[in-house]
Each structure stands twice: as structure tokens, then as C-alpha cells.
Ligand binder design. Structure first.
Ligand SMILES: [Zn+2]
Length: 469
């Protein structure tokens, strides 16, 4: 990548009613590592995260808690989501709430533009609606209920009955974009990654796209449809727009032109929204589609998916309290092949922490720092004449940096870290071989001691890819 390029990366915005678990934190740290990498490379980097605060379910919980939906959302942002970002030491540049004025204004402008251009029409909709999912379900999405819901059809995700709703809706002519989307997937094969997610999306779109219902009139917690006060914008349509409203859409064209398009990191279960609906919306608005949509795998605990509705969650703080946020970030991106499903276990975390961070990198860094302090008053000495051993280190470092850079550009974060770790292993071997503590005993080998410690310190500096900038 050329230094100075725009690198705008986003995470899905948190649904405020969720309880933060390591599944949320996993997406965040992945985006964080990519952003830190690009920042260090000198790119014009912008990392966005935020919260999704509209919809019927939030209205219902707020009412149940005897408060307003906005106050309810604010409480959750302050008590759950902002603290999560602190827990994992997230380096985000912005945090957008979908109830902010900058967002709501942008959503209305976007919608009005699509309406004026004929991409939106009024129609009648009847369907099975899952309040938990905030979406209408196809009959094929429903399963037989059990227990209290026996003999009823329930949402496969929430295991709760769906509601049969009929309403006047505004529809987005998404079907008109089917060919352009297929064309996009064809001409830009890396638009959707990884391959497994891409294949699934391509065959979904090939089966045919229907128009999308984008408004609701049965409740009023949402962004008002600008030409019809009785309707609020469908929560997904509203939420997806955060990626451009946070970058200035409708208010600051210069910033938007500078940042957009973005890279979207999402869980694979919501890749369809990001790789089908979202680019169709952008095409309709005459905006560029995202650079990439990357749908990462699920985090499994004891073989089960970390789900937002089944509260099997582990709080990220349970991990950072013991291991710290740097180890948290390192572990999840090192232990799991990014893109695939991966398992979390305390045993694996603890073992990697000990072997790789403490004995590998930690031991290396602390030995070097101790020797610099002891032999050179804490300063890094100049290197003298270099031998084949130093040439070998330089070679390993250069190769690691190039390999890691290439891996990052394909979102293979785990491979980037493995590349960087070749430096750690090589330097540990180099120290053992060069025995600087022996060189330190004789004034005649003082220059050689300087060379060895210089080489080691420089190498360490190049290997801190996942640590705080
Ligand atoms: Zn559901």
C-alpha cells in the first residue's frame, strides 16, 4: 500500500440492548489491529465504531424499564459499550450513535435523495416479523417451537413466535440492482471476503432479489421518513448508513470524499446486509461501494457459537483483568485463522500467554532492556562492523515485514503475526549464540557487544506490531 492513502475501517455498530461479550470484542480488536497497522505505515487511517439505537425492541425494553428509548440507550452506551472499548484499549477515531443529529439528518437526506430519484415506492407488506431480529422472516426461516411454543412456528434464532404483520410500507427497489451487484462481485472478486462468504452471497443474489421494505408505521422509535411522518426508517437501513453519516455524508462532502469508501469488518452472519443491501443502497445514491466487506468467522466456546441471544457470553473484562488488553488482542488474532470459525479456551489463552508472550517476546524484551541498562546506561549503542549473523537478522526482519504487510492486505492477520514472530524466535536464538554477557566481560569486545545489542533492540522494535503504538 502507498503510504498516506486513506484507510477507513469500520466495525458493525453495537446493538445497545446486547450484553458485551468476547464476540463483540473480537471484531473490535481485529479492526483495531488493522487500523494500528495502517496508522504505523503512515496511512490516513480512520477507525469507526458506534451503537445502533433504534427499533421496536429497544422501545419495548425502555418502556419496560420505565424510561424513554433515548435515555435507555444513553445509559447502555455509558455503562456497557464505552467501557468495553476502554477494556480492550480500542484505538477508534470516532464513535457514532444512530440517535445523533449528524446521523439522523444524513439518513433523511439519503432517503429523500433515493425517493426523488424513484428508487423508493409505497406498497403493502404482509409477513412474519421477528421482533428479536427486527426483520420479516420467510416461511423457510421459521422452525417448529418447543415447550411453551409447541405447535407454533418460531424464529430459528430466537426460538420465539413471530408476529403476522400487515402494513403500508415504503420499499426500496433493490431488485433493480441484482445485475449490477453480480457484476460487482464478478469484476471485483476481493469485494467480499473470505471466499466462503463470497460464494454464499453470490448464490443468494443469483436466486433473485426482492424489493426491500424500509419503513415501519406500527411504532415510532426511529428516524422519521422525511416525506411521511407516520413512518420510521427500518432499523437496518438506518444502521448501515452510519458508515457514511459518520464520515460526513450530507454535511461535509470534503471529509466524505477523503475517507470514503471504507473497509467493513463484520461477522459472517451479517455479511448479507453489508454485501447486498448496503452496496445496492450506495449504487442508488450514486456513491461508491465499500472497498471490501470481510465476514469473519464465529467465536466458539465449548463448541458453541457466542450468540447475542443465548447469554453464554464471557465478559472481555474477565480476560483483561488477568491478562491485559494487549494479550487479549494478541491472543484472538494469533490463535484463530481470521475469517474462519475459531475456539476460545482459557487453557489455550493461558498456554499462549506463557509460551509466546512471556517466554518468547517478553523474555527477549526484558533481557535486552536489562543489558542495555547494565552495559550502556539504557541507551541503544551504535552498531559496529556487522557479521553474517547480523546480516541474517536483517534478512529475517525484512522478510517478516514484507510478509506481514502482504498478509495484512489479505486480512490474514494471524499470518501477519506469525511472520512477525519469526523475528522474535530468530532474535532469541541470536542472543543465545552471541552471548552478549560474555562479550561484556572484556573491553576488547565492547564494540561487538554494541553491535549485538543494537541489532537486538532494533529487531525488537520492528516486531511490536500488535502492541500499543
Ligand atoms: Zn429472531
Amino acid at each position: 500500500m502507498a503510504s498516506g492513502d486513506s484507510f477507513y475501517i469500520t466495525t458493525p455498530i453495537f446493538y445497545v440492548n446486547d450484553v458485551p461479550h468476547i464476540g463483540h470484542a473480537y471484531t473490535e480488536v481485529a479492526a483495531d489491529v488493522l487500523a494500528r497497522w495502517h496508522r504505523q505505515s503512515g496511512d490516513d487511517t480512520w477507525l469507526l465504531t458506534g451503537t445502533d439505537e433504534h427499533g421496536q425492541k429497544i422501545l419495548r425494553t425502555a418502556v419496560a424499564n420505565e424510561t424513554t428509548p433515548k435515555a435507555w440507550a444513553t445509559k447502555l452506551v455509558e455503562e456497557a459499550w464505552q467501557p468495553l472499548l476502554q477494556t480492550i484499549d480500542m484505538s477508534n477515531d470516532d464513535f457514532i450513535r444512530t440517535t445523533e443529529e449528524r446521523h439522523e439528518t444524513g439518513v433523511q437526506r439519503f432517503l429523500q435523495h433515493l425517493y426523488d430519484e424513484g428508487h423508493i415506492y409505497a406498497g403493502e407488506y404482509e409477513g412474519f416479523y421477528c421482533v428479536g431480529c427486527e426483520e420479516y422472516k420467510q416461511p423457510s426461516d421459521l422452525v417448529d417451537g418447543t415447550g411453551a411454543f409447541e405447535h407454533q412456528k418460531v424464529c430459528a434464532i430466537h426460538s420465539k413466535p413471530v408476529e403476522l404483520l400487515q402494513e403500508k410500507n415504503y420499499f426500496f427497489r433493490m431488485s433493480a440492482f441484482q445485475e449490477r451487484l453480480l457484476d460487482l462481485y464478478e469484476t471485483r472478486p476481493d469485494f467480499i471476503q473470505p471466499e466462503s462468504v463470497r460464494n454464499e452471497i453470490v448464490s443468494f443474489v443469483r436466486r433473485g432479489l426482492e424489493d426491500l421494505s424500509i419503513s415501519r408505521s406500527t411504532f415510532d422509535w426511529g428516524v422519521k421518513v422525511p416525506w411521511d411522518d407516520d413512518h420510521v426508517v427500518y432499523v437496518w437501513f438506518d444502521a448501515l448508513l452510519n458508515y457514511v453519516t459518520a464520515a460526513g455524508y450530507g454535511q461535509d462532502d470534503e471529509t466524505l470524499a477523503r475517507r470514503w469508501p471504507a473497509v467493513h469488518l463484520v461477522g459472517k452472519d451479517i455479511a448479507r446486509f453489508h454485501a447486498v443491501i448496503w452496496p445496492a443502497m450506495l449504487m442508488a445514491a450514486g456513491l461508491e461501494v465499500p472497498k471490501h466487506v470481510f465476514g469473519h468467522g464465529w467465536l466458539l466456546v465449548g463448541g458453541e457459537k457466542m450468540s447475542k441471544s443465548k447469554l453464554t457470553g464471557i465478559a472481555p473484562q474477565d480476560i483483561t483483568d488477568t491478562f491485559g488488553s494487549d494479550a487479549f488482542r494478541y491472543y484472538f488474532l494469533r490463535a484463530i485463522a481470521f475469517g474462519q470459525d475459531g475456539s476460545f479456551s482459557w487453557e489455550d489463552l493461558s498456554a499462549r500467554y506463557q509460551a509466546e508472550l512471556a517466554n518468547g517476546f517478553g523474555n527477549l524484551a526484558s533481557r535486552v532492556i536489562a543489558m542495555l541498562a547494565k552495559y550502556f546506561d539504557g541507551a541503544v549503542p551504535a552498531a559496529g562492523e556487522e557479521t553474517a549473523a547480523e546480516a541474517r537478522i536483517h534478512q529475517v526482519v525484512e522478510a517478516a515485514v514484507a510478509d506481514a504487510d502482504a498478509a495484512i492486505s489479505r486480512f490474514a492477520i494471524h499470518e501477519a503475526i506469525a511472520s512477525v514472530w519469526t523475528i522474535v524466535d530468530e532474535l532469541n536464538g541470536y542472543i543465545t549464540e552471541q552471548q552478549p554477557w560474555v562479550l561484556a566481560k572484556d573491553d576488547a569486545t565492547r564494540e561487538r557487544l554494541g553491535t549485538v545489542l543494537n541489532t537486538t533492540a532494533e529487531g525488537c522494535a520492528r516486531s511490536r506490531c500488535c502492541s500499543r503504538r
